[in-house]
Design a protein around this ligand. Structure first.
Ligand code: PRT
Ligand code: ZN
Length: 284
């Protein structure tokens, strides 16, 4: 049995639950009633915690693995293994100052009072850039610190940036790009590692499926070579003869990020009846 901690409520809760459910894992998710639950079809126990506690619990072997923001992992400075970047919970950690104050590069940060919930990440950044500033650790509502006269600047999470805007602040330095990570204790015994690898296999199959499309098209035989040169397929594409003389059906997999460009080129090269189909699971 492997235990995994996910956020009890908050921004990462729904995506964490969806990640496990999409991996075919069935469990009850009512963290209001129970703080732990067992999957019914996979050797996994799910424990619902505050995100701030997850790195410490993973390091201390209280749980085997966890899903938490990179910002929290870096701030807590615990010894954990990063198993996978999960692609959700994306945000930046940035320094912001009042809109009315001029900013002339990093040296403008010298000797400022900076309010933050992330003093360690900020301290490392300042050291790295040889800057001296006064770090004021506070536990929340960081954005209002400058208008209350508590600080000259803030260092905080930025999502869309609208909270900064609403508080008369502007982002001047991006220190970190963060997303949710799957972490694990670095010394898991082989039996638990095997379960973690089974879980990873499912997560990766889903991610590959989401980032690719299956593509089918009819191509005149004398254009096949040209069409193949356009498709950055997994291996060589599948080619099947059509009932109509001189035509073939060509199948391949195309990365989602480029498939619009590829479609246009395929059409120009003579492909017809192009179908693009979502992929349910993809094992490489
Ligand atoms: O209760 P618990 O301690 O578990 O949760 P929490 O309140 O500490 O964290 P939570 O649920 O707010 O966020 C969990 C994680 O989501 C963070 O650690 C980040 O990794 C990630 N994340 C992604 C964010 C945001 N986007 C985000 N926008 N965390 C916080 N914010 C804040 C931001 O600081 C601002 O105050 O949301 C507000 C709105 O942001 P804008 O820029 O979109 O206006
Ligand atoms: Zn928290």
């Amino acid at each position: 049995m492997l235990s995994i901690a996910i956020q009890k409520s908050g921004r990462l809760f729904e995506d964490s639950v969806a990640l496990l459910r999409d991996a075919g894992i069935t469990f009850g998710s009512s963290p209001n009633r129970t703080l732990r639950t067992h999957a019914s079809n996979f050797p996994l126990e799910i424990i619902f915690l505050r995100d701030d506690d997850i790195p410490e619990y993973v390091e201390g072997n209280v749980v085997d693995a966890g899903i938490v923001g990179e910002n929290v992992i870096l701030e807590k400075q615990k010894t954990v293994r990063c198993v996978e970047r999960l692609g959700f919970g994306a945000c930046k950690l940035s320094i912001a100052i009042p809109k009315s104050v001029a900013f002339n590069g990093k040296s403008s940060l010298e000797n400022l009072r900076i309010a933050t919930c992330y003093p360690r990440i900020l301290e490392n950044y300042l050291l790295e850039h040889n800057l001296r500033a006064d770090i004021h650790e506070i536990s929340g509502a960081v954005e209002i610190a400058p208008s209350l006269g508590l600080a000259d600047a803030i260092f905080d999470i930025v999502g869309t940036g609208s909270t900064l805007l609403a508080n008369g602040l502007k982002e001047v330095e991006t220190v970190l790009q963060s997303e949710a990570l799957l972490i694990a204790n670095p010394q898991l015994p082989p039996a638990k590692l095997e379960i973690l690898e089974r879980l990873m296999f499912r997560i990766q199959a889903n991610r590959n499926a989401k980032s690719n499309r299956y593509i089918l098209m009819n191509v005149p035989n004398d254009r096949i070579e040209k069409v193949i040169s356009i498709i950055p397929g997994m291996k060589s594409p599948t080619i099947l003869p059509l009932a109509i003389e001189g035509w073939s059906s060509l199948h391949s997999v195309v990365p989602e990020t480029i498939f619009w460009d590829v479609l246009e080129q395929l059409k120009a090269a003579g492909a017809e009846g192009i179908l693009v189909i979502p992929i349910e699971r993809m094992i490489l």
